[in-house]
Design a protein around this ligand. Sequence first.
Ligand code: P6P
Length: 327
Amino acid sequence: MEASRIGESIGFTLDRFIKNNQDQFQYANGELSQLLRDIALAAKVVNREVNKAGLIDIMGPLGSQNMAGDDQQKLDVLANIRFTRALKKGGEVCALISEESESYEDLNNNGKYVIAIDPLDGSSNIDVNVSIGTIFSIYRRISKVGGPIQQADILQKGAEQVAAGYILYGSSTMMVYTTGYGVNGFTFEQSLGEFFLSHPDMQMPEDGKIYSINEGLANSFSEPVKKYLQDCKDKKMTARYIGSLVADFHRNLLKGGIYIYPSTSKDPNGKLRLMYECNALAFIAEQAGGVATDGKNRIMDIEPTALHQRTPFFVGSKKMVKLAESF
Ligand code: P6P
């Protein structure tokens, strides 16, 4: 959208903004618009539950584990149910890939889209009231609508995404997404129950002074990563690690910075998941002028071979990621 139209549109509701920009969608006959609305609806429901987590007894571990081997927090499971239900009811999604489910879920056989989602990332932060987030990637279905879901539908590389975004349940709740035409941020107005455009055309600063990494794992970092971190310290940069990917990413998107989850001895391929964490944030980062790699290769060029595969993740301001890669 050119600047003048963006200027006019601050304060537009998410619905109005989606409608005004529907002409950008190649296959524009409303399905992707409807899918984005379905996601926003589920986000409002999850937001309500996250905001009162301490009040009704939905805190604490459920006693089960998800695919990632993490203890499932009750809110994780609730969020997965809410998003799955909203997307099934919406009718636009044929298959759903979720951190919380081992295989993909068949949703609507006539759906033209596939969605990969981390319903509530950073779940270990739920009980200590730290910001958490939902991350989603949207692909077009490859196989014939109405037929069975194929492997080709659910293992698509990041470059095939038609849309991606996140919801940050923080001091304010925001939905940030891209459909390949820039990145726009919407802030939730609790009393009206609406998302309003608050951050049009988000640009990630080309350079930054914030680095985000769990230095508790530093002994098992590769030499190049150790050298890069030393360089950050020599330059007296600021270390900021919330331990919640969406919160760390969002801050770097606004202020400039780099988030790194590298290979470690515990997780040789890194901890983060390609399909429903890294691809979405990589799409947003690139659309906002940033860069996302696994330390060598563009994240969005990685051909997935498994739903829950992990990848090392270097994402953020272009100059910072390029410098990190040069070590
Ligand atoms: P560590 C949360 O579990 C998460 O998936 C991301 O949100 C976060 O950035 C990372 O893992 C934190 O992992 O190993 O530093 O605790």
